[in-house]
Design a protein around this ligand. Structure first.
Ligand code: NAD
Ligand code: DAU
Length: 349
């Protein structure tokens, strides 16, 4: 069946990588990318897609109900892929309100618009909510998050994402909204905003700047190549069961300090420096308040039910990621100088 998909947050890191895959893979689907273009949204991430006949960009806010209603009607939207969010934990600690607005109010606005537009319309409609493993809280040295792990969010970011997950499920149970959810671990790859660990460190290593590692550096994350996440989203969207949640992870745990050291050595090779020399830039700095110690996903359900598994190994993915940021210096420089914001004001305001 033809799908007219409203994809939110498509100018961000995961959304842009996902769109690049989906728009090319499904020429018969129509993709409407709704993005507010916050500091994290960058149309340069979507270069090459602008002229595709099955792709449209709309600048706007997921909290704007009038806009949402008109988009559902105009584009005959019968599927939603919801990625728009405030996504950075440190920013949620200094400014929680924008997280409440976008992640909670925005998600309910989107659910309401879908409910309004889909009342009696379309057979094969679906509201797919993309979420995070952070909703499950923090693990000790052992154990994994499964789909039945109790929610225990501990930062304003994860609490706002947990709220959005609960609301999506509430609309399924209360109003019969056809929903699917997935909760994924830390993604890495091209086009990630350089406030997040890997692009920040890559840029600092390149420029011989200090590498700020929070606390004792032994916090652990489960890393997943962003295209592997996109493939998982594709599979859940098409084959996942309605009303279900799927955990997505890389089966690839790293303590931050070990990952930063590996990145230093990888960058040294790529930059022709003596391997090991960039490690001298590492500095242990003040910890993130409420810092979750360890995340680790058990992705058995999506493997057994839908046949998805992560494909890209860390050494290959990390090297490709570092090389991408080195090759795309201008992309990074425009973000750091704020020049891309000028482009937006010229283009839209
Ligand atoms: P990102 O910060 O790179 O991008 C978010 C995008 O949403 C930006 O383009 C931004 O402009 C847009 N946006 C923000 N507020 C908006 C609003 N009110 N209306 C419309 N658009 C708005 O985020 P990301 O890392 O690409 O994450 C995408 C989604 O995946 C989020 O929901 C996040 O919680 C989830 N997720 C991320 C990761 C990860 O490792 N990055 C892991 C698991 C889940
Ligand atoms: O687990 C999924 C989540 O992963 C997503 O839901 C979030 O949107 C995404 O931002 C990410 O959250 P993290 O907080 O894990 O990612 P971040 O890149 O901010 O940090 C990764 C780890 O590195 C974390 O333990 C904090 C640490 N860190 C981070 C920065 C920016 C440092 O030690 N130094 C830093 O400068």
């Amino acid at each position: 069946m033809k799908k007219n998909i409203l994809l939110t947050g498509g100018a961000g890191f995961i959304g842009s990588n996902l769109l690049r895959m989906m728009v090319n893979k499904y020429p018969n689907y129509k993709f409407v990318n709704l993005d507010k273009l916050t500091y994290a949204g960058n149309l340069e991430n979507l270069t090459g897609l602008e002229d595709k006949p099955n792709y449209t960009f709309v600048k706007g806010d997921i909290c704007d109900s009038n806009l949402l209603n008109s988009l559902f009607e105009k584009h005959k939207i019968n599927a939603v892929m919801h990625l728009a969010a405030e996504s950075h934990v440190d920013r949620s600690i200094s400014n929680p309100m924008s997280f409440i607005e976008t992640n909670i109010v925005g998600t309910v606005s989107l659910l309401n618009a879908a409910k309004h537009a889909w009342d009696g319309a379309y057979e094969d409609k679906i509201f797919y909510h993309i979420s995070t493993d952070e909703v499950y809280g923090s693990l000790g040295d052992t154990g994994f998050f499964t789909e039945t792990t109790s929610y225990d969010p501990r930062s304003p970011y994860s609490a706002s994402k947990a709220s959005s997950d609960h609301l999506v499920r509430a609309y399924y149970h209360t109003y019969g909204m056809p929903v699917k959810l997935s909760n994924c671990s830390n993604n890495y790859g091209p086009y990630q905003f350089p406030e997040k660990l890997l692009p920040l460190m890559i840029n600092n290593i390149k420029n011989n700047k200090e590498l700020p590692v929070y606390g004792d550096g032994k916090y652990t994350r489960d890393w997943l190549w962003v295209d592997d996440h996109s493939k998982a989203i594709d599979v859940v969207f098409h084959k996942g069961r309605v009303g279900e949640t799927y955990n997505i992870g890389g089966n690839n745990e790293w303590k931050n300090i070990d990952l930063v050291e590996l990145l230093c050595d990888t960058m040294d090779k790529l930059l022709g420096r003596q391997v090991g020399s960039s490690r001298s830039l590492i500095r242990f700095v003040k910890d993130r308040p409420g810092h979750d110690r360890r995340y680790a996903i058990d992705a058995t359900k999506i493997k057994n039910e839908l046949g998805w598994e992560p494909m890209v190994q860390m050494d290959k993915g990390l090297s490709e990621t570092a090389q991408w940021y080195l090759d795309n210096e201008a992309w990074m420089d425009r973000i750091l100088s704020g020049a891309y914001k000028e482009y937006y004001s010229n283009q839209y305001e």
